[in-house]
Ligand binder design. Structure first.
Ligand code: NAG
Ligand code: NAG
Length: 255
């Protein structure tokens, strides 16, 4: 009975409040992007405006709710993110009115950091096979990528060389490897942000080894048999030499 009344009046009351109450996030009344250096602290302040009573706020980081203390969620709330990590780049923080989730504002973090390069730095390949060097790249803004071999830019005109770049890796593929493909390769990332250019490099070593001798199964089996015979023969041969001294000794004593 009471429930019916609430259901009937609820939407009207909410509509009345929505019209009045609104939020500001970092003094802006629209969702926005916040550009920060990775060494900085992200300080997010959400404020309820035109409210007539206590209004509780909640926060989300992406799709997950963030815990804030009771003291820090009535009428206004502040969230600090420090230290920032590369994982925070592109993440949205949303401040919402607890009693009405449609009243909300978001800020997306645009975390700037110089390129970070990783990957398996030593690759061994057999002559004739194909080799792949993978340079894992994290950068914001995006970096320009180049492969160098022994300090010289690798030209892709050589038909055996191909490079692939996607959002998080830069690969160099070499087809039908020859011995001279071996050497030190460098993955170079050049990023420019606000007139500041940063260059990062990572070295990769390509080791080319000769074709492995392929032994057929019969040859291996034959080798095992021969080996066993050699050992047996050795034992028989040794038995002679083992027994001889004894017999000799016996001979000696009998003499
Ligand atoms: C929140 O705002 C309302 C309306 O201005 C006010 O009445 C209330 O005292 C405030 N609460 C706190 C904890 O500041
Ligand atoms: C970058 O350099 C140009 C020319 O030197 C200058 O006009 C511009 O203001 C600089 N931008 C920044 C963000 O420093």
């Amino acid at each position: 009975m009471n429930l019916c009344l609430c259901l009937a009046l609820g939407p009207l009351l909410v509509l009345h409040h929505v019209a009045a109450v609104h939020l500001e996030l970092n003094t802006k009344n629209v969702s926005h992007v916040m550009k920060l250096n990775i060494s900085e602290m992200a300080s997010l302040r959400c404020e309820v405006l035109d409210n007539t009573r206590n209004e509780e706020l909640i926060w989300y980081r992406g799709i997950r709710q963030v815990d804030v203390s009771k003291k820090n969620n009535v009428n206004s709330s502040q969230v600090c993110i420090f230290p920032l990590s590369t994982e925070d780049n592109g993440v949205s923080f949303t401040c919402l009115l607890k009693r009405d989730n449609t009243v909300k504002l978001s800020v997306m973090l645009d975390i700037r950091f110089p390129p970070i390069l990783e990957g398996e730095s030593s690759v061994t390949v057999e002559v004739g096979k194909s080799a792949q060097l993978t340079c894992i790249v994290k950068a914001n803004p995006q970096a320009e990528m180049v492969w160098k071999k022994n300090g010289v830019v690798v030209t892709m005109e050589k038909s055996r060389y191909r490079q692939y770049l996607d959002s998080d890796k830069f690969q160099l593929n070499i087809d039908k490897v020859v011995e001279t493909d071996g050497g030190i390769y460098t993955c170079v990332a050049v990023a420019t942000d606000d007139n500041t250019t940063t260059t990062e490099t990572k070295m990769f070593e390509l080791l080319v080894e000769g074709k492995k001798e392929v032994l057929p199964v019969e040859a291996i089996a034959a080798a095992v048999v021969v080996g066993a015979l050699v050992i047996l023969f050795g034992l028989f041969a040794r038995r002679e030499t083992f027994f001889k001294p004894c017999m000799k000794k016996r001979d000696d004593t009998s003499l």
